[in-house]
Design a protein around this ligand. Structure first.
Ligand SMILES: [Fe+2]
Length: 281
């Protein structure tokens, strides 16, 4: 439990954060409603032409493309399905909020790490035959949203954090606690609340570095932890001290260490082929 002082410092950090764009919230709401049809979802998205054209571009990247080419939003919704459309809308909305292709180097690196973690989380969800793989993608996408907020709001102090993480060989979240009194996981949880995102994402965002106190049934958090570590293996972590893979995570998922090593080599290609396209729209 955070002290009242930390709670108010976290609230201060999220006070000026942009709200989640209404269209993204609306799409998430519609996707969760069994009465929503493909036409209804496509027509809602088409009210935002910038979002609609980005969805079409993303739908035609090698990672998502299922047909020769997808030229209408209606087809994109029909072919890709509601869950994937929701993942795409969220990727675009959060990407725009944190500056997309024009962002500073560190912000771009954190964003690319987030997208890579999302892609790997989805693969892991598929491999473990979980029923809701889009949920895995979104949890991976959002796991370090607190870092994006730190880096955007306080770039110099965050640079200091990264420097200390490197020089003192402590994981980034520990260096953040020393600098700010709280870490990106705690901040991320507050961001999700501010954006009114479903509670299912709160636990992986808040606990992806602290697995010991998890409920025995919680799967999404260890899954994001493994995907997060895998993304670091693939993209490197030159700016900060790498923290190790927690064996609790693999144990909870029923994965062997060799399977994680395999995952790193298999996902290397997927991530390197698709990351730039997806993270830079
Ligand atoms: Fe993290």
């Amino acid at each position: 439990m955070e002290s009242p002082e930390i709670v108010s410092r976290i609230a201060e950090m999220t006070e000026h954060l942009e709200p989640m764009p209404q269209i993204a919230t609306k799409v998430m709401e519609m996707v969760g409603d069994p009465d929503t049809s493909c036409e209804m979802l496509a027509s809602t998205i088409s009210r935002d032409p910038a979002l609609a054209s980005r969805i079409l571009s993303l739908a035609n990247t090698p990672y998502y493309r299922r047909l020769a080419s997808i030229t209408s939003l209606n087809t994109a919704v029909m072919v890709l399905g509601f869950g994937t459309i929701q993942s795409l809308v969220l990727t675009i909305a959060v990407g725009i909020m944190f500056g997309g292709a024009t962002a500073r180097k560190t912000l771009t690196q954190i964003w690319e790490h987030s997208v890579a973690t999302a892609l790997i989380s989805e693969t892991l969800g598929r491999r473990l035959a979980l029923s809701d793989q889009e949920r895995c993608y979104i949890a991976g996408l959002l796991h370090n949203v607190g870092k994006l907020v730190f880096c955007k709001a306080l770039p110099d102090r965050f640079k200091e954090v990264l420097k200390k993480s490197k020089s003192e060989r402590v994981p980034c979240f520990e260096a953040e606690k020393n600098q700010f009194g709280f870490d990106h996981a705690q901040l991320g949880e507050a961001v999700l609340q501010k954006w009114n995102l479903p509670d299912v994402y709160r636990v992986p965002v808040a606990n992806h570095h602290e697995l010991a106190a998890l409920e025995p049934t919680e799967i999404l958090t260890p899954l994001v932890h493994v995907a997060d570590r895998t993304a670091y293996e693939i993209l490197g972590s030159e700016d900060e001290q790498k923290s190790p893979l927690d064996p609790l995570a693999t144990e909870r998922l029923g994965l062997k260490e060799t399977e994680v090593v395999e995952l790193v080599s298999e996902e290397r290609e997927v991530v390197s082929e698709n990351l730039q396209l997806i993270a830079r729209l």
